[in-house]
Write a protein of this length. Structure first.
Length: 362
């Protein structure tokens, strides 16, 4: 292949080069398109030119020789080698569309923005956030499937793509009506796997497994008071913007006035079970889980999430907005609002906590 000097107009040429190279090297076709297709046009000049150099080297030398290929990557100083992973200070995992919508609204991602990166059907939106202490690389994604098992499988994809410092499970949950109101936010100081049971003739015996976030995260959470940090003003602003944007598919409670929406912030135990609670007995289930520290919210993914995070030595955090009370007739009109409440609280946690400051946990 004749070499050429890359210019500032190489976006289309880059894609053509990648398509041509993909036909020549089936091994890397998936890598090329999943890693580069969505972001190639928007790459800054230095990155674009580096990728052009990589493609040129690989098309000239050893397309099907892995040793030569890896040497070529090193020769052009490419940070996106196949054996490498993308870096993220914080990775935010959601499950359902209203949760992703809430996260995007809180982090300033346009609701119609395409993913910056895709892999195995999952989309990843990248955000650079400036905090008082440093810049953070944040990635937002969505699983799309409930249950702890589905979450565990999804995180295998996530951790194959990203080297993550802190992973946050963000979204909605059912709450105990005697302790929370709709739109409140719960940050988990522990997660109980409520689905583990021993089946005995005299009756089922619960055998829950308990997960604890890193102690430094728990200490940091104890010092965070979102209500004193402008949380209500922030969530009201983002909620008003979403309502005024008239975005298709977003649902809101009919009588909700953004100016009067002031959710509360709670710390407590979250139940995680593959059983969807719609029997109106969440308080009873919470009591069965243990007399001390009775859970105040229930959902279906946190146990699988915590398991895989711990298996991969990734620090984790679970934060949920209350969207319903687990009643037989379950309205979904609070799902986006609850998710937005949780996401805005997370934004303040990121901005004000010292946990991610100076490139390390403290």
């Amino acid at each position: 292949m004749a070499s050429r000097v890359p210019t500032n107009d190489d976006g289309v040429i880059l894609l053509e080069l990648l398509r041509h190279f993909g036909r020549g090297d089936p091994d890397l076709t998936e890598l090329i398109f999943s890693d580069l297709f969505w972001s190639a046009i928007r790459l800054e000049d230095t990155q674009r030119n580096r990728i052009l150099a990589r493609a040129a080297v690989l098309m000239q030398y050893g397309r099907n020789d892995r040793e030569i290929r890896d040497g070529a990557y090193a020769a052009v100083g490419d940070p996106m080698r196949p054996e490498g992973k993308r870096k993220a200070d914080l990775l935010v995992v959601t499950v359902k569309a209203p949760e992703l919508d809430g996260a995007r609204a809180a982090f300033g991602i346009a609701q119609d923005a395409p993913p910056d990166h895709s892999a195995r059907g999952a989309g990843f939106w990248h955000v650079r956030r400036e905090t008082p202490t440093r810049s953070l690389d944040i990635v937002v994604t969505m699983n799309g499937l409930s249950t702890n098992a589905d979450m565990a499988a999804f995180l295998s994809t996530v951790f194959a793509e990203y080297d993550v410092r802190l992973c946050v499970l963000l979204g909605m949950a059912a709450g105990r009506e005697d302790q929370v109101v709709l739109g409140d936010v719960v940050i988990a100081d522990r997660v109980k796997d409520f689905g583990r049971k021993v089946l005995r003739p005299e009756g089922d015996e619960l055998e829950p497994r308990v997960f604890h976030p890193d102690r430094a995260i728990v200490r940091t959470n104890s010092n965070i008071q979102p209500q004193r940090m402008g949380w209500h003003e922030l969530v009201q602003t983002r909620l008003r913007e979403a309502m005024e944007a008239d975005i298709p598919g977003l649902r809101f409670p009919a009588a909700l006035d953004p100016a009067e929406f002031e959710p509360a912030f709670h710390r407590g135990t979250v139940l995680a079970s593959d059983q969807l609670v719609e029997d109106g007995r969440l308080s009873d289930h919470a009591a069965q889980a243990g007399e001390r520290r009775k859970p105040i919210a229930a959902e279906m993914e946190a146990a699988g999430f915590a398991t895989v995070c711990e298996e991969n030595s990734v620090l984790w955090l679970v934060i949920r907005g209350i969207a319903d009370f687990g009643q037989p007739v379950r309205s979904k009109e609070w799902q986006f609002v609850a998710s937005l409440s949780a996401a805005t609280a997370l934004v303040l946690w990121i901005d004000r906590s010292t946990y991610l400051a100076d490139g390390k946990s403290t």
